[in-house]
Write a protein that binds this ligand. Structure first.
Ligand code: AMP
Length: 213
C-alpha cells in the first residue's frame, strides 16, 4: 500500500480528497491539523504549547510537529501505508520525514499537489464545515441541513477558518509550504492537479494518477 502526501494550500480540498483516497486504499489519513485540534480540545501539554500558533494561523514549531508525527508513525495502522495531509509544511519537516523514511528503507510513493487560485481557496474556506465527531470536512452545498451525514453530529466552522485567520494561513502557506512543490518536483514524485475543478473531476484525475480504476 502506498505512502501518499497531499500537498496544497488551506481550502484547496485536501480533507475532501483525503477521505476518498484513504477509503479506496484502506489506509489511515494522518492530518496533523486534526491531531493538533484534538490536543487543543483535550488541553494536553502539546495542546497548550500549540494553541497560540494554531489560533493565530501560524505554523506550530517544527520540533513539536515532528515529535507528534513520529509518535503517530509508531502506531500499528501505519505499517501498510498512509496518507499525509498537512505534514510536512516546511522544508525542515520534509527533510526530517525523508531521513525517517530512509532509515526504515522506504519513501513517499506519491506527492499529489492540489493547486487553485487564491479566490477559490478563500471561497472554499468560508463555505467549509467540519464534523467534531468523525472530523470529516464538507462544503456547505453538500450538507444543507448542517449535520454530518456520517455520524449525525452538528457541523461546526473552524475558528481558524474565519476570514482574517484564513488569509493569514494562505500567506503562511505561500511563504513556508509552497517551496515544497519544487522540493518534491526535483525528486520526480510530484503530480499536479488543477483543484479549481469540481470534486469529482479532480478525484477522477487523482484516481488515474494512482492507478485506481
Ligand atoms: P490544517 O488543519 O492542516 O489546516 O492545520 C491547522 C493548523 O495546525 C495550522 O494552521 C497550523 O497552525 C497547525 N499545523 C498543522 N500541521 C502543521 C505542520 N505540519 N506544521 C506546523 N503547523 C501545523
Amino acid at each position: 500500500m502506498p505512502k501518499i502526501l497531499l500537498l496544497g494550500a488551506p481550502g484547496v480540498g485536501k480533507s475532501t480528497h483525503s477521505a476518498k483516497i484513504t477509503e479506496g486504499f484502506n489506509i489511515p489519513a494522518i492530518a496533523t491539523g486534526d491531531i493538533l485540534r484534538d490536543n487543543l480540545k483535550r488541553e494536553t501539554e502539546l495542546g497548550k504549547k500549540a494553541k497560540a500558533y494554531v489560533e493565530a494561523g501560524d505554523l506550530v514549531p517544527d520540533d513539536l510537529v515532528i515529535a507528534l508525527i513520529k509518535d503517530r508513525f509508531s502506531e500499528d495502522d501505519t505499517k501498510n501505508g498512509y496518507l499525509l495531509d498537512g505534514f510536512p509544511r516546511t522544508i525542515a519537516q520534509a527533510e526530517e520525514l525523508d531521513s525517517y523514511l530512509a532509515e526504515e528503507g522506504s519513501g513517499l510513493d506519491y506527492v499529489l499537489y492540489l493547486n487553485a487560485p487564491k479566490e477559490v481557496l478563500v471561497n472554499r474556506i468560508s463555505g467549509r464545515r467540519l464534523c467534531p465527531g468523525c472530523k470529516a470536512a464538507f462544503r456547505t452545498s453538500e450538507v444543507p441541513d448542517g449535520f454530518c451525514p456520517g455520524c449525525g453530529e452538528e457541523l461546526v466552522t473552524r475558528k481558524d477558518d474565519q476570514a482574517e485567520t484564513a488569509e493569514k494561513r494562505i500567506e503562511v502557506y505561500n511563504e513556508q509550504t509552497a517551496p515544497l512543490v519544487d522540493y518534491y518536483k526535483n525528486k520526480g514524485i510530484l503530480v499536479e492537479f488543477d483543484a479549481a475543478h469540481d470534486i469529482d473531476t479532480v478525484q477522477a484525475e487523482i484516481d488515474k494518477a494512482l492507478g485506481v480504476q
